[in-house]
Ligand binder design. Structure first.
Ligand code: WAQ
Ligand code: MG
Length: 266
């Protein structure tokens, strides 16, 4: 990427509710193609065609750019979403998240974390000890932004994922997002599953375990999904964490190890 750096973000909604979003980084030459692809994507979402699409382009200071490696990826096969959620709870416990915080996150995700019981545009922030919700805006959540794969890594990642039949936008984007979240100050772990009704896989990410996919975390057809970032309460600097997640540009230039899928045995 050249000395010029831009953030490009898309947010779409349908009948006033969040439909889809995406965040990319690019240089000047890449911008119009990126904008077109994000608009197309908002119009082709499986939950419906957007009736409002916002695309925001901002010039960034290339001097502020961080680089890093993607987390390692592992797939754990589970027979259904009940066992998937149990497995997720065990992985989170192993990463140091307290049982209260795990059950709090799971129940918010099951009910729908917004005050109306729907999906958030962003993630919940959850105290990893008490399970209390800490995000300043509970209707929106915290949207992680300004991260992407370095152009040179995009192809390499595509090839590596394709050898496991995993080269889809869900995996690529979630891996990048989880990589930035794990680099954030005060984050212990993340739990995520998609809000797309046809996509039942999700993951637990932590610095010790990397990106651990579970093949089912929700039932097929369920339109609810979301993310929880578990935060270490000691020494937590919430403004610094929010600034990092929302504003600091981060580009991934290296792959982590990819493991062959295995069956989960609790
Ligand atoms: N920042 C914070 N939260 C976000 C962001 C973001 N940039 N993007 C999405 N979310 C939240 C929001 O609440 C969505 O409703 C929810 O996450 C799900 O988003 O390895 O596709 O884009 O097979 O539907 C994970 C498994 C797929 C991939 C996740 O999420 C795999 C996925 P979606
Ligand atoms: Mg989605």
């Amino acid at each position: 990427m050249s000395a010029e750096l831009f953030s490009i973000r898309m947010h779409s909604s349908l009948a006033g509710s969040h439909l889809s979003g995406a965040e990319r980084l690019g240089d000047r030459r890449a911008l119009s193609a990126l904008a077109a692809s994000l608009v197309e994507r908002a119009l082709a979402h499986e939950r419906g065609e957007a009736d409002q699409i916002r695309v925001t382009v901002e010039r960034l200071d290339p001097g502020a750019l961080l680089t890093g490696c993607l987390p390692g990826l592992m797939t754990l096969r589970v027979p259904d979403h009940r066992q998937g959620r149990q497995a997720a709870a065990e992985l989170l416990r192993g990463a140091g998240v307290a049982p209260e915080a795990i059950s709090s996150a799971l129940s918010w995700l099951l009910e729908g974390p917004s005050p109306e019981g729907g999906n958030l545009r962003g993630a919940m922030l959850i105290d990893a000890v008490s399970g209390e919700r800490l995000e300043p805006d509970r209707r929106r959540g915290v949207r992680v932004s300004r991260m992407d794969l370095a152009p040179s890594l995009a192809e390499e990642l595509g090839r590596a994922l394709a050898s496991f039949d995993l080269d889809n936008a869900h995996v690529r984007e979630a891996l990048v997002l989880a990589g930035k979240v794990l680099a954030a100050p005060g984050v212990v772990a993340e739990l995520c599953w998609s809000d797309d009704p046809s996509y039942t896989a999700g993951y637990v990410a932590s610095s010790g375990g990397g990106y651990q996919r579970l093949t089912h975390l929700k039932a097929l057809g369920d339109p609810r999904g979301g993310r929880a970032f578990f935060l270490r309460p000691e020494g937590l600097d919430l403004p610094a964490l929010l600034a990092f997640l929302e504003k600091t540009p981060m580009l991934f230039t290296g792959l982590g190890p990819l493991a062959h899928p295995v069956d989960w045995r609790g």
